[in-house]
Design a protein around this ligand. Structure first.
Ligand SMILES: [Zn+2]
Length: 298
């Protein structure tokens, strides 16, 4: 009996040794690669890690473009008030303090960046009624407008007198800028200023169908005619008041020059320099498609 037990123990030990030898020969343990000296197990782990890394961007990439397309800055809100237009406004403005909307037509141009730099210094925003033909070469300016919270609005593709074209053509002229801004920047245009301020019942119908409001002005600086910085400044000083919409053109150098005085002066007088959308919301409690706005509040 005793002898049999010793024999079976020896047999069991021999089997274990054999098993260990077979396992190491099959590569079950870690084996050094003759070229790199790396152990095969580690190489396999690296491969797995790489696969994971590749998979990650696919997982996070999907929701981002949607968020970017909206482009609401921190501190900006989408609001409606009593009108049917959804307006994008800063939430930190004081509705009890006076507001003025500086507006610039016919650009963007070589002077638009200078005007925006001045506005930024005084935490001011403006509205740019852009002409479609200028847009292709002014991507930097457009991007800057969006990033800094200025408003971009339609001034038709080729500065069309909307009173002189058919309803179909008028609608197309206004809408071309809207479509361009949406497709290229994900930006929602809400307003149009008819070139020359030329509007009528048909133009209003066109705007209503496009879901936008029409904006004229309450102060005409006549900068396009005087081409004189001091004259533009005087016009603003004479007519500035709460709720005013001031017409300027950023394609003229003297207009850009005048802003060096206009913007600090308005700021000093306590005016908050706002976009037309902000003015319509805070001083008019909203805006509606197809309506025309000259100024708001009193
Ligand atoms: Zn114009």
């Amino acid at each position: 009996m005793r002898c049999k037990t010793v024999k079976s123990l020896i047999r069991g030990a021999a089997l274990l040794v054999l098993l260990a030898l077979v396992l190491s020969a099959c590569g079950g343990g870690r084996k050094a690669d003759p070229d790199t000296g790396e152990e095969s197990g580690e190489v396999r782990e690296e491969v797995l890690f790489t696969e994971k890394e590749v998979a990650l961007p696919e997982y996070t990439a999907e929701p981002e473009p949607e968020e970017e397309a909206v482009r609401i800055l921190d501190g900006q809100e989408k609001v409606k008030g009593k009108g049917d237009l959804s307006l994008s406004v800063r939430s930190n403005l004081d509705p009890k303090k006076p507001m003025i909307a500086l507006t610039f037509d016919d650009g963007p141009s070589a002077y638009t960046m200078d005007i925006m730099a001045l506005l930024e210094k005084y935490d001011g925003r403006a509205t740019f009624f852009v002409v479609g033909e200028m847009l292709e070469k002014k991507a930097e300016e457009l991007r800057h407008m969006i990033d800094k919270g200025h408003e971009i609005a339609s001034h038709t593709w080729s500065h069309t007198n909307l009173r002189k074209v058919s309803k179909e053509d008028g609608k197309k002229a206004m809408n071309s800028v809207i479509v361009y801004m949406k497709e290229n920047y994900g930006y929602d245009v809400k307003l149009c200023r008819p070139p020359y301020g030329a509007s009528n019942k048909t133009v209003k119908e066109e705007a209503a169908e496009l879901g936008i409001a029409l904006v004229i002005w309450s102060v005409d600086t006549l900068d396009w005619s005087t081409r004189n910085a001091e004259a533009t400044f005087k016009a603003v000083k004479k007519e500035a008041k709460d709720g005013a919409i001031i017409l300027c053109h950023d394609i003229h150098k003297p207009t850009a020059e005048s802003m060096k005085k206009v913007i600090p002066w308005l700021h000093e007088k306590g005016y908050q320099l706002v976009t037309v959308q902000e003015l319509l919301y805070y001083k008019n409690n909203g805006a509606s498609a197809g309506k025309t706005y000259y100024s708001v509040g009193d």
